[in-house]
Design a protein around this ligand. Structure first.
Ligand SMILES: [Zn+2]
Ligand SMILES: [Zn+2]
Length: 321
């Protein structure tokens, strides 16, 4: 089968072995995949991952012990937990110390014709959610995670730093809870795409917001945290969404002086993202900047790295592009 692989460099192969399905796991055919910032970080060495890349997808179950899944359009949570350790037994399988993670840690990802995931990770996609919308369920769930960790009050002043895909999704989700949401970015074309549901957009070169109750740091840089601490009000909250491969020094004294809570925020609840997509019709189509076939993987990643480009999709539909 075809696969996009990372092993110190990215390459596309056509003879990768089709994965074996274990009991309790499903074999999934890729319909569409989405290239995410984490994939770009993996190219720089994040998680030391080697194997088939990709974790954002919509697929079709082709083999499963759960017959009700076969033939269904599905999305899947990316953490494959052991299910038996103490962390798993308290319902926190996402943090299982023995977990593998689709396309990120010890588990081949979804940028191939076929891949496998545990049955319990799989969610059926309602027909009213399109393929392209479904590819955004994984990052949308990550955006909803912030609202699981800190319940946003309607009166909150919220700021999202970073106009990349995840930043935009975080702003859109927060705007369904809070009236005052601002997204701060560097790229006017990206900020334009973020404009929705009363969200204010601010260019980094303009004057920054201040006294925020909740600041989401999604710049993909360490420096974003410093800015976040500066604009957050005393006793406010900073949610960190950036996964950065590098290590830089940062001065945390502002967090102490202003008693700011810093929370790390990663993957989130798929059911909330699926409900949210149905209820709010987040305009994710405008974030799609191109679609490529699996064999065009190198070109697709080159495009995804270009400045100003939001989401690049890998299209594995039967229909020709
Ligand atoms: Zn992702
Ligand atoms: Zn476990």
């Amino acid at each position: 089968m075809r696969a996009i692989i990372f092993d110190s460099e990215i390459c596309v192969v056509s003879n990768f072995a089709k994965p074996e399905r274990k009991a309790g796991w499903s074999l999934i055919r890729l319909i569409k995949g989405g290239i995410c910032n984490t994939d770009l970080e993996i190219l720089k060495g994040y998680m030391n991952f080697k194997g088939v890349m990709g974790h954002e997808f919509i697929g079709e179950v082709v083999e499963s012990d759960k017959v009700e899944l076969i033939g269904k359009r599905i999305v899947g949570e990316i953490n494959a937990a052991c299910g038996i350790c103490t962390t798993c037994l308290v319902g926190l399988g996402r943090f299982c110390p023995n977990r593998s993670v689709l396309g990120i840690q010890s588990l081949n990802g979804c940028f191939s014709d076929f891949f496998v995931l545990p049955d319990r990770n799989i969610h059926i996609v309602a027909p009213e959610i399109s393929d392209n919308q479904a590819v955004f369920i994984e990052p949308l769930a990550a955006a909803y995670e912030v609202t699981e960790q800190i319940i946003p009050q309607e009166c909150f002043k919220c700021v999202v730093l970073g106009d990349g895909k995840l930043g935009v999704l975080c702003a859109w989700v927060l705007s369904t809870f809070c009236a005052d949401v601002t997204i701060v970015g560097k790229h006017s074309e990206k900020l334009q795409k973020a404009f929705w549901n009363g969200i204010k957009t601010v260019n980094l070169s303009e004057s920054m917001p201040s006294d925020c109750d909740l600041t989401v740091e999604a710049t993909g840089t360490i420096g974003g945290l410093q800015n976040a601490l500066e604009i957050t009000k005393p006793r406010g909250v900073v949610a960190l969404k950036s996964t950065v491969a590098g290590m830089e020094k940062i001065n945390l004294s502002l967090a102490v002086v202003k008693e700011i809570s810093i929370i790390g925020s990663r993957c989130g609840p798929f059911y909330k993202a699926l409900q949210g997509m149905k209820a709010h019709h987040f305009p994710v189509e405008r974030l799609v900047d191109g679609e490529y076939k699996i064999e065009e993987g190198i070109k697709a990643f080159q495009k995804a790295r270009e400045r100003g480009v939001a989401k690049i999709l890998l299209n594995n539909c039967a229909k020709e592009l």
